[in-house]
Ligand binder design. Structure first.
Ligand SMILES: C[S@@+](CC[C@H](N)C(=O)[O-])C[C@H]1O[C@@H](n2cnc3c(N)ncnc32)[C@H](O)[C@@H]1O
Length: 221
């Protein structure tokens, strides 16, 4: 794994070692980013994350209610899983998925350490989130969508997992903003997200721009 120093913030973003040519999305031509390995968990858990990305504000903006059933897809070390768990409460449920067993082990440890009672971990595949159909009020993808190696198959299955009133929410670093100190292939523009998601039958609802570095993009089933 390489560590790349970026911009005036001195941000260290763990990357896959350089290798094969990147795949691109067939509709937008967007290069698909490599998957952050479990060694990147320290970056997800960095102490500056709250001030740099404001995850607690992000979750408040989702307006979750106690009892909701939500998924944290590509949950990594479970930073957002814990926030979602507290937001939906003991009567709610959080399904936390990842394709890396090492990430799921970090989540399981967090669940135990923090005594979270409403989190279930799921080992997903590149093309299948392995979520029950028509079951979720909200599916959250934080800095994940740009890593999907099979974005079209994933979107079809994520859409199927939503209740009819459910929301699919992406947090992605703003590609339109050169001041956001993240490598380009790990950012997404609103235009590319809309093109790719609307083609899979998701209805654009809104973009919230309250966070320092990320868009919050909300889609409906
Ligand atoms: C940059 S990390 C973000 C982790 C977490 N969402 C956060 O913000 O703290 C991206 C995560 O997405 C996972 N991932 C990539 N493709 C995935 C897929 N198709 N399904 C589920 N997880 C995936 C990776 O294994 C990695 O843990």
């Amino acid at each position: 794994m390489q560590l790349l120093k970026l911009g005036q913030f001195g941000l260290l973003l763990p990357l896959l070692a350089a290798g094969a040519d990147p795949a691109v999305h067939p509709l937008t031509g967007r290069p698909i980013a490599g998957v952050m390995g479990a060694g990147g968990a320290h970056w997800l858990e960095r102490s500056e994350r709250e001030s740099e990305e404001q995850p607690q504000l992000a979750v408040r903006l989702l307006q979750l209610q106690p009892g909701m059933r939500v998924a944290d897809v590509g949950a990594g070390s479970g930073y957002y899983t814990e926030l979602l768990s507290r937001a939906v409460g003991a009567s709610g449920a959080v399904l936390a998925t990842d394709i890396q067993p090492a990430m799921l082990r970090l989540i399981d440890k967090r669940v135990k350490d923090k005594a979270l009672t409403n989190v279930q971990t799921i080992l997903a595949s590149d093309s299948d989130p392995r979520l029950p159909a028509n079951s979720l009020d909200l599916i959250l993808l934080v800095d994940v969508y740009h890593e999907f190696s099979q974005p079209q198959a994933m979107l079809r299955r994520l859409r199927a997992a939503l209740k009819p009133s459910g929301r699919l929410v992406l947090l992605e670093f703003r590609k339109e903003d050169p001041q956001v100190p993240i490598r380009p292939e790990h950012k997404m523009s609103v235009a590319d997200v809309r093109t790719e998601l609307e083609a899979e039958g998701l209805r654009f609802h809104q973009v919230l721009n309250d966070l320092p570095w990320q868009h919050i993009l909300v889609f409906l089933k």
